[in-house]
Design a protein around this ligand. Structure first.
Ligand code: ADP
Length: 259
């Protein structure tokens, strides 16, 4: 709580009273904390791959390069970590772009069915790696949106569905109309999410299981990017999940007929 006091002085220097202002700065303090946490998180996330790239390249230069097997396996690690760094930087730039108050998306009538089909193709290698079956049921629906951004939303949800699912399971994707909106659902038969974690899921860098998620290649930014994009479309995203059973992400978007 901030408190300011000031005398109120009238004509002939006469004291009329005192004005006291109480200013609740809890909200500001929270924002400041969120900002500090974010900077700390970014530094940590960037440092991890850099440390690894430095370490492995130094070891190689110190002589380990002479053993071909070591050389190849270290180079592979260096490549993976560089890719990770690139992914992080791209996600961060994307997010910071979207967080500027001037951020506007270009909306036009967009074929949502085609976008989902393209997203599925993009993620296909990751799905087939784990032999995950994809079950599509898509109505032809035009939404009011930015095609590239919406593609990113579906790709992020599909990558998560694949990452947090076991082998030989099914991911269902639905697109339909309800209540004057387009609805997309992505449902997996994965590990699920504890109810207590759901409210923090869309925060930057929030992960239910830090170690597992980082090893799986995620940046911890995927869902916050999803949320920003959907909110810029005046839409909404919800999650329902049961641990050990699976998770459903539901996205609501305005129809193109809303123009
Ligand atoms: P990450 O890069 O870690 O996947 P996200 O922002 O995409 O970051 O997701 C945040 C966290 O939410 C993940 O670390 C994971 O714990 C949880 N999560 C996201 N999608 C799913 C899902 N389909 N099933 C279970 N957990 C999920």
């Amino acid at each position: 709580l901030d408190v300011y006091g000031a005398p109120v002085i009238g004509e002939h220097e006469r004291w009329l009273g005192v004005v006291i202002v109480f200013h609740d700065i809890t909200e500001l303090k929270n924002l400041e904390q969120v900002r500090k946490d974010f900077v700390a998180n970014v530094s940590h996330e960037l440092r991890t791959p850099v440390t690894s790239i430095k370490g492995f390249s130094e070891t190689l230069l110190d002589g380990a390069y002479q053993d071909t097997d070591t050389l190849l396996s270290f180079l592979e690690i260096i490549q993976t970590e560089s890719n990770r760094l690139e992914m992080l930087i791209n996600d961060l730039l994307n997010l910071s772009n979207m967080e500027r108050s001037a951020f506007h998306i270009q909306v036009e009538p967009t074929d949502m069915k085609a976008i989902i089909e393209r997203a599925v193709e993009t993620v296909h290698p990751k799905l087939s790696e784990k032999n995950i079956h994809i079950d599509l049921s898509l109505e032809p629906i035009m939404v009011k949106g930015d095609g590239n951004r919406l593609m990113q939303v579906v790709v992020n949800l599909l990558i998560n569905a694949a990452t947090y699912s076991h082998e030989n399971t099914t991911v269902k994707v639905r697109l339909f109309k309800q209540g004057g909106q387009a609805i997309i659902t992505v449902e997996d038969q994965g590990i699920g999410i504890e109810a207590s974690e759901i409210s923090r899921l869309f925060e930057r860098f929030y992960r239910v299981d830090r170690a597992r998620s980082r090893n799986s290649g995620g940046t911890g930014l995927g869902l916050s990017i999803v949320k920003h994009i959907i909110e810029a479309h005046q839409g909404k995203v919800e999650v329902e999940s049961t641990v050990g059973v699976g998770t459903v992400f539901t996205v609501y978007l305005p129809l193109a007929s809303e123009f």
